[in-house]
Design a protein around this ligand. Sequence first.
Ligand code: KIV
Ligand code: ZN
Length: 534
Amino acid sequence: MKNQKDRIIIFDTTLRDGEQSPGASLNMDEKLTIARQLAKLGVDVIEAGFPYASPGDFEAVQKIAEVVGTEVGPTICGLARATKKDIEAAAAAVKPAAKPRIHTFIATSDIHLEYKLKKTRAEVVATAEEMVAYAKSFVEDVEFSPEDAGRSDPEFLYEVLTRAIAAGATTVNIPDTVGYTVPSEFGALIRGIKENVPNIDQAIISVHGHNDLGLAVANFLEAVKNGARQLECTINGIGERAGNAALEELVMGLYVRRKYYNPFFGREPESQEPLTNIDTRQLYKTSRLVSNLTGMLVQPNKAIVGANAFAHESGIHQDGVLKHKLTYEIMDAQSIGFNDNQIVLGKLSGRHAFSSRLQELGFELSEGELNKAFVKFKEVADKKKEITDWDLESIVNDEIQQPPELFRLELVQVSCGSSSRPTATVTLRNPQGEELTDAAIGTGPIDAIYEAINRVTNMPNQLIEFSVQSVTAGIDALGEVTIRLKHGDRIFSGHAANTDIIVASAYAYVNALNRLYAALQKEKEEGRKVLAQA
Ligand code: KIV
Ligand code: ZN
């Protein structure tokens, strides 16, 4: 294998740190779908979850290890605090992977030691050393993180890292846990580690950072110049609080500016050898998938994958781009797979054409899934003459990647207008198979539908976000509705697409309620288990 220090290792933590975004929780099938797409994207490591955190997390990491962690697939990593129980759970979960990794961490900043861990520095070093060695007894590939490294005393960090490497850590990850550092400082921290940790050559230096000040990507790129060779990031930058460093921004930064970064890898500036293993043409698709499944919308002006990232509005820019693309474009939309969105299918297209185009787009559907998606395609094609690649993606994401339908929307009917009170009637099939109908009035048609659905489902919640986006331009475009609702202190998202946005709104709401219902059922189930064990 080529020396890992000659290029960047992309460590994706969308399924672990990304899933810590409020409301971004994913079910097992959704995690598996994202993991498969991450493998296609070419990430080197997938941090699939925190196995000790819950049985659901454990199962998801284990399943991803089994299905995606093949010999040719990425390394599958499980997170563990520096405790034996956490490490044992992570070891068992990643075991089916061909390349398993355990990532263990303990905080090193004085603030965390004093207020959170209530441990002395000597105790932290001893625990780090002991737990890295314990993780090493299960797997060869062990990553160690001194949490809140960005606010830790560098001298203490050098000592902890030296001992962790001596105990067997093969990657040492430097987290800016609270997104506090600025690029020059973070770069200097990495340089200090390279210069002062005597055994640093035996490990890869990794970085992890949050975006509280909007500096995560800039910090990472500075770290790369100073010797970091693994970047921990998430798709669309989702994650705890303001999120993590965005994978697509890092990858494209290193790609578009390779001439600038190449010398830091000992290469000629003109070298065309890629700095990462990422297939950049999969970036846009991965971004849409993660956004649809987590309900975390991508802002239109988001770098690389935002809807406006390649749109030129001002006349001067449009004129320049028409004369020569390079006048105002530093990268080609095709390079991230933001293709021209050509019209590919229509009402008369058959199952074969439909299935071949999905294959070309990289979807691997089972026979049952394909049948379901084809029925939806026909429905859409009846209303919308021309079906584009983006429509197809939306249809598949909507039809296939949904949580198991517990409540099923059978009918929705609304009456509204300037001189009538919005009224909705809905019929739903409940998880017991009964058909229930109710009606309600509201401030608008969607409010009336949601009120009527609430009367049937009886799961109190507060709608905190509602958004409609059009998949393509045109009056007959598919509308995608994404909603987030709150139940207690938990947030659930829902997503649906339809040519009728009122109908899409109803489906999106039922979709979110089904996630809430599944979570409540799971809690009940786990409560019962605890009682049975007591
Ligand atoms: O932000 C952080 O410090 C983390 C660690 C577990 C690496 O997520
Ligand atoms: Zn983090």
